[in-house]
Design a protein around this ligand. Structure first.
Ligand SMILES: [Zn+2]
Length: 620
């Protein structure tokens, strides 16, 4: 193909294209009255739909970010296509043959940008699918067929998902595609072939079972490849590398088959592997998708939210299935950290006997798979159970610590109306009164980490407040100078820290064995980092491990002592104020015991405060 597309053809493509259909491939649209449609804008992050499509005028426009145009512009923006690629894509869709004219206005051919690169890469993949599926029926592919059969997939299932086999040999696919006219560069760019050390081109996938991975519109853009033979020393799964058309952070296996049902049911089931997607679909859970060789992340959420039309008014449901092992549980809790907007609508389905959906279908049938999804549990319930299970609830310390860890999860609930319900549930699970649990949740919600009564909330303490600075300094000492600072650091409790992320890092240090037991160095930093439950805390550990201490010269015990005293000062004085106010409210005649207990606590705290003041001033 040379030159540019004839203007008449471009006009014809515009005329024959249904803009609503094109956009519906990636964005779920609903009626906005007067024949117009609306959905969540793919070009900016929003919760209520301001992305409008007018099929009558063949245009779209976003009132949120100002983007807009026709179907060609949409494909260019949404799929990062060139103008020519977008027109070619729409022409193929409408069944139109394009003609090209020599373009005198443009630069010489060699320096023009590649035309229709996406089209070529998609065509190469389509040819590769044909090649690989034909290979699956050959004698050499017996192990691949057995692999599928052993997992309950018959020939029809293999065909529906386009399963294929990459044969023995260095370059059978490469030679085949070269014969079809694909260039060396195209095959490398597509990720189908790679240069060997000798310089000649060889196949990326060899002796493996293959699943074609499709985008939302059904185009094959890559492959997932499962190892079959013991003497294959590659990883269990190999995927297409990042290419101009394959972005693993966006790709969801099965999305092309699942998208209509996802939009219709307002629900998506996220599973872990290709066979799990197949098993779910075949078992009557048509909304299943899987990530391909990467963790479920923010970009995946973006893709799904637009399909789910996930707004404040319409709640889409996202269900993660896990086979109950530790890795799965960790992934579930990470999902909790990832996107708070999703928390209230996120569910976990943990299969019995640690089986994945594919194994479950095989062992117990289709009904068991549907049942797994039906028995989903809100992510919050799952996370609470997981956190609580780490503590010994038979001891007071265990119950209190479990409450402190669990309270922030309840406080994070987006749907605040659900909080009282979870406070009651948590109190029941812990065997505690409702009142302290409620206080702990309120404290966590207002950015304070402990169960002391709250003053009017002013949000999180700012990072450069004196309290935050001294907290940072204490954590730096524990990370950088554990031998020096460890014992004094460990003696100060987590509830003396105010800033939420500092509380998390303080807890991670305790979980890593405490600073007093550490000998320092990279191993110590790494073990603290591993104990952090979220990325923000991990990043902070990295930062604090190298940030210079705020002292000229070497830190000494006196400096540690001053730092720890200043750290506690804020919470001790706040507690003293609170106790004084409570004593005024207690009627000593009716509540003699409470009065004296509170009074006793106040006296000892004031003594503690005096000691701290001396310590902070520099005396040991
Ligand atoms: Zn927008």
């Amino acid at each position: 193909m040379s030159g540019r597309i004839r203007d008449e053809d471009i006009a014809l493509v515009r005329e024959r294209t249904s803009i609503a259909e094109v956009i519906s491939d990636t964005v779920t649209l609903k009626s906005a009255g007067a024949g117009n449609l609306k959905g969540l804008c793919p070009f900016h992050d929003e919760k209520s739909p301001s992305f409008n499509v007018s099929p009558g005028r063949n245009v779209w426009y976003c009132f949120g970010c100002g983007a807009g145009g026709d179907a060609i512009k949409f494909l260019m923006d949404a799929e990062h296509l060139s103008f020519v690629e977008a027109v070619e894509r729409l022409a193929a869709r409408a069944g139109l043959q394009l003609s090209y004219v020599a373009d005198d206005r443009s630069a010489p051919r060699a320096s023009r940008p590649q035309q229709g690169q996406r089209q070529r890469l998609v065509a190469a993949h389509a040819a590769a699918v044909e090649f690989y599926t034909a290979q699956l029926t050959t004698a050499g592919a017996r192990t691949a067929r057995e692999f599928l059969a052993e997992r309950g997939f018959d020939r029809a299932a293999a065909e529906r998902y386009g399963c294929g086999f990459a044969p023995e040999g260095w370059d059978p696919l490469t030679r085949h595609l070269r014969q079809l006219g694909f260039s060396h560069d195209e095959l490398v760019t597509a990720g189908l072939s790679r240069p060997a050390r000798s310089g000649s081109l060889i196949d990326r996938f060899r002796r493996r079972l293959l699943w074609p991975i499709r985008d939302l519109t059904g185009d094959v853009i890559g492959f997932g490849a499962r190892k079959l033979f013991a003497d294959d020393d590659g990883p269990k799964y190999l995927n297409t590398p990042e290419t101009p058309i394959y972005k693993k952070s966006h790709v969801l296996y099965g999305i092309d088959q699942a998208k209509r049902e996802i939009a219709k049911q307002g629900r998506v089931v996220v599973v872990e592997g290709y066979t799990d997607v197949m098993a779910c679909h075949l078992a009557g859970v048509p909304t299943a998708v899987a990530t391909c060789g990467t963790a479920f992340g923010g970009d995946h959420i973006g893709v799904l939210r637009r399909l789910l039309l996930d707004t404040d008014a319409v709640a889409g449901e996202i269900i993660f299935t896990f086979d109950g092992d530790a890795a799965g549980q960790k992934a579930a809790l990470r999902a909790f950290e990832d996107d708070q907007r999703f928390v209230g609508r996120t569910f976990i389905a943990v299969s019995p006997d640690s089986m994945d959906p594919c194994e479950l279908r095989l062992a117990k049938g289709d009904l068991a798979v549907r049942d797994l999804v039906a028995r989903r549990e809100p992510l919050v319930d799952f996370a609470l159970r997981h956190v609580i299970s780490r503590y010994d609830l038979d001891t007071v310390d265990g119950r209190v610590e479990a409450m402190r860890r669990a309270a922030p999860l309840v406080a994070k609930l987006k749907d605040q109306e659900k909080r009282p319900e979870y406070v009651r549930k948590l109190a029941g699970d812990l065997g505690m009164e409702i009142e302290p649990v409620q206080r702990a949740v309120l404290a966590a919600a207002s950015g304070r980490p402990d169960d002391r009564p709250t003053r009017p909330s002013r949000g999180e303490p700012s990072v450069d407040s004196p309290q935050s600075m001294v907290e940072r300094e204490a954590l730096k000492l524990a990370l950088q100078e554990p031998v020096l600072a460890g014992p004094m650091f460990d003696a100060v409790e987590a509830n003396d820290y105010r800033h939420p992320v500092h509380v998390v890092v303080r807890a991670a240090i305790a979980e890593a064995g405490g600073a007093a037991a550490a000998t320092g160095g990279a191993v110590w930093i790494e073990s603290v980092r591993d104990a952090c439950p979220d990325l923000a805390a991990q990043a902070l550990v990295g930062e604090l491990a190298v940030e210079p201490l705020r002292i000229d010269g070497e830190p000494d015990p006196r400096y540690v002592s001053i730092t720890m005293a200043r750290l506690q000062w804020g919470s001790v004085t706040a507690r003293i104020r609170e106790l004084k106010s409570r004593i005024q409210r207690i009627n000593p005649v009716n509540n003699k015991d409470e009065y004296f207990a509170t009074f006793g606590e106040l006296l000892s705290l004031e003594q503690h405060a005096r000691a701290l003041r001396e310590q902070a001033a520099g005396g040991l």
